[in-house]
Write a protein of this length. Structure first.
Length: 728
């Protein structure tokens, strides 16, 4: 939507281009205003700005802490010159490559002050000009379309009250004829631009008066709702629920919605099948999700149909090898797992903190070494892979790296035709693996290999669709070793003891130590006011915890919160913590975020080109204000970001609980408030607490804590994997 603040309109000439990103067209420039000739800084999305260009800009004023008042562009239009001299300067400005002053002179001599109108509306007349053949005419026409096509698109989006930040992506896909393409069929946007496409298309139809094709709109709506359901973690959606959503949210009649679903099934975009648990219900799938879920079930069944290779191992052999390699004496529970696990092609090890999952991974590697077999270790994220590598002393990689993911073409080098060269693959933090990634992993597991999945099934499920680890266990077709015993050292940890209490729905020990000098690992600070909670968090991070526990306030203390918005959300907490913990001046600002040298930041998406992954945390080590770029130190690796890439990072003094999965921190602070009601779930609280290695501080209300403990019914994800594995 357009900016809702009062708009100011200025006319002037583009005096200086401070920054321009060719990919997304974000621009910072100065405008010399017409009457006063004063210079105004403007910033926003502006394709191909040219010095000296006359512009009419509507925008809202913002005050930057360093650069003062700036006009944020809401909309702009180029004021095309009307005089012959103005036209000459405009055409010679350089946006038409290969056309020099002589050609410009010929055009103006022939068409005079109609020159620009001819290029825009009657390009075929260019051939009338002596010395301009078809090749030159095509160059002029193509350059004009390219230069003005994106601007036409931006204007079109502005007129329809759609964010112009989408323009670059739309233009990249549809090209110079983007406006015509969208006008002809707005609902092309639904599949080409998931999440936003349907809203853009609907807004265009409402604002332009284009006759509504109810069938196309309904199909677009169905696909939009299917994508939305997938984003929420579901593999399918019930047909009746889908029809109901079309009617309730978008006023599409049920019969039209049903016809659209039928059409989309016929065209192969959707798949429908009876739900084995409810024969009266029909489950509707996006075809790719249906195919990968079926593919997972088929590959698991195929692996399970082949006898295991290591059934001859006995407890004496295993004990000797583990003792020799690791100097670890196994418990009877661990020995039982190790004796059993080698008798299966696919196995799951699950258990809470302190139950010995890591010890078992190390023991399995020791036995495979003794057998002379090759083994690969992997995890869903870079930070989880680094952690398992540190505790085992063996190389571990992300699953994407193990599978040879190619960033350019989006394909995996390892697959059923080129499987992973290993006798066994162990994947840690398996609760984080979504349906698509599990499909590609299984495709690449050799039919003669073992696959061992290790994870805590009680933690939050994957960000992507599906509930893989839970469904595999639920099917009872894959042998599952659930570790229940908490080992002696772990029994002495209040963090682990309280984590298991929370896992069982019991209240953790919230009593303060009677001796103030007796520092413990688990605290609860009762505060009911959100503003007071924020002040307390700042005090804990900046003084109380560093003074008492000698932790570095930036690198060793992590605030984990359920939400992004609100007083106790990540956005606000990051601002107040940055102000308190980093006294350096603000050096760079982008989309509401300010960055300073020394800032703690998190990478937000998987970037395989840079080999930096979603959730990796680093420190800003360099900022170049001239080029609007910065560098981040990730675990000793320096990664550079230009201005257009800064949406990939955010401040990380406070992060969401979801983003913390697969990581551990020396100290964590977890605000838990009734304002977080929608996300107060037992597994979220459990996940947050188990991120802390040496110190966990809960701060908030007892009522919110009680809500989370009692809410053991997190939103159920719709999937059929367990049923498929059971052969239903």
């Amino acid at each position: 939507m357009s900016n809702s603040r009062p708009l100011t309109t200025l006319e002037g000439q583009l005096e200086k281009i401070i920054y321009h990103n060719k990919e997304n067209h974000y621009t910072i420039a100065t405008l010399k205003t017409g009457k006063t000739q004063s210079l105004v800084t403007i910033l926003g999305y502006m394709p191909d700005p040219n010095l000296g260009e006359a512009l009419k800009i509507a925008g809202s004023w913002e005050t930057h802490p360093k650069f003062g008042q700036q006009l944020k562009i809401d909309s702009f239009e180029v004021i095309l010159p009307a005089t012959i001299e103005g036209i000459r300067r405009y055409l010679e400005s350089g946006f038409i490559k290969g056309i020099g002053p002589k050609t410009v002179a010929r055009l103006i001599n022939h068409f005079e002050d109609n020159t620009l109108e001819v290029i825009e509306n009657n390009p075929e007349k260019l051939l009338e000009v002596k010395g301009i053949g078809k090749a030159n005419a095509d160059i002029i026409t193509g350059a004009w379309k390219e230069h003005h096509g994106l601007r036409r698109l931006i204007k079109f989006l502005q007129e329809n009250r759609i964010k112009t930040s989408y323009a670059a992506k739309i233009f990249k896909l549809y090209g110079q004829d983007a406006v015509e393409t969208i006008r002809n069929d707005p609902f092309l946007l639904v599949n080409d631009f998931p999440k936003i496409g349907f809203y853009i298309a609907d807004s265009i139809m409402q604002n332009t008066g284009i006759p509504v094709d109810e069938s196309k709109r309904a199909k677009g709506c169905v696909m939009h709702l299917m994508q939305q359901s997938s984003d929420e973690g579901n593999i399918f959606i019930y047909k009746d629920q889908l029809v109901e959503s079309c009617e309730n949210h978008f006023k599409i009649a049920p019969d039209i919605a049903r016809d659209s679903i039928k059409t989309l099934i016929g065209s192969g975009e959707l798949v429908i099948e009876k739900d084995p648990c409810d024969t009266n219900a029909n489950a509707v799938y996006l075809k790719p999700l249906y195919q990968v879920e079926v593919g997972i079930a088929n590959k698991v069944k195929a692996l399970l149909s082949i006898p295991a290779l290591y059934t001859g191992l006995d407890s004496r052999q295993i004990t000797l090898e583990v003792l020799k390699k690791l100097a670890i004496k196994l418990s009877s529970e661990q020995l039982t797992v190790l004796e059993g696990i080698f008798s299966h092609r696919v196995a799951v090890i699950t258990g809470g903190p302190g139950t010995g999952k890591t010890t078992l991974i190390k023991s399995i590697t020791a036995v495979f070494d003794a057998l002379g077999k090759t083994l690969r270790l992997a995890a869903p994220t870079g930070r989880a892979a680094r952690r398992i590598s540190e505790v085992t002393g063996r190389n571990a990689s992300t699953i994407h790296k193990l599978l040879g993911y190619n960033f350019t073409d989006g394909l995996f080098a390892k697959n059923q035709d080129n499987p992973i060269d290993a006798d066994a693959v162990i994947v840690d933090e398996a609760s984080m693996i979504d349906t698509f990634l599990m499909f590609h992993l299984l495709q690449a597991v050799h039919m003669e290999s073992m696959l061992i999945l290790v994870g805590d099934v009680f933690q939050l499920p994957s960000v992507g669709p599906g509930n893989i680890l839970s469904d595999m266990i639920k099917s009872k077709k894959i042998v599952t070793f659930e570790l229940k015993k908490i080992y002696r050292q772990a029994q002495e940890s209040p963090i682990i003891v309280n984590a298991h209490k929370i896992r069982r729905g019991e209240s953790p020990d919230l009593e303060k130590p009677s001796d103030p000098e007796n520092l413990t690992e688990f605290y609860f600070i009762e505060q009911n006011n959100p503003d007071t909670v924020v002040k307390t968090i700042v005090e804990l991070c900046s003084k109380s915890i560093p003074d008492s526990f000698n932790f570095d306030p930036v690198n060793e203390i992590q605030v984990l919160t359920p939400m992004h918005k609100g007083v106790v959300g990540t956005f606000n907490l990051n601002q107040v913590l940055q102000k308190r913990l980093n006294p350096n001046p603000v050096l760079l600002e982008k989309t509401g975020s300010t960055f300073k040298l020394g800032d703690k930041v998190m990478h937000l998406i998987n970037n395989y080109q840079k080999e930096i992954f979603n959730g990796d945390i680093g420190t800003v080590c360099d900022i170049d204000q001239k080029t609007n770029s910065l560098s981040v130190n990730y675990y000793g690796r320096i990664v550079d970001y230009d201005f257009s890439e800064m949406d990939e990072i955010s401040l990380a003094y406070a992060i969401s609980v979801h983003k913390s999965q697969g990581s551990e921190y020396p100290a964590v602070i977890v605000p838990i408030m009734t304002q977080h009601f929608a996300l107060l779930q037992r597994n979220l609280l459990y996940t947050a607490i188990t991120r802390g290695k040496e110190l966990v501080v809960l701060i908030g209300s007892r009522k919110a804590l009680l809500i989370a403990l009692n809410n053991d019914r997190p939103q159920k994800r719709l999937s059929s994997l367990a049923n498929r594995l059971m052969g239903r």
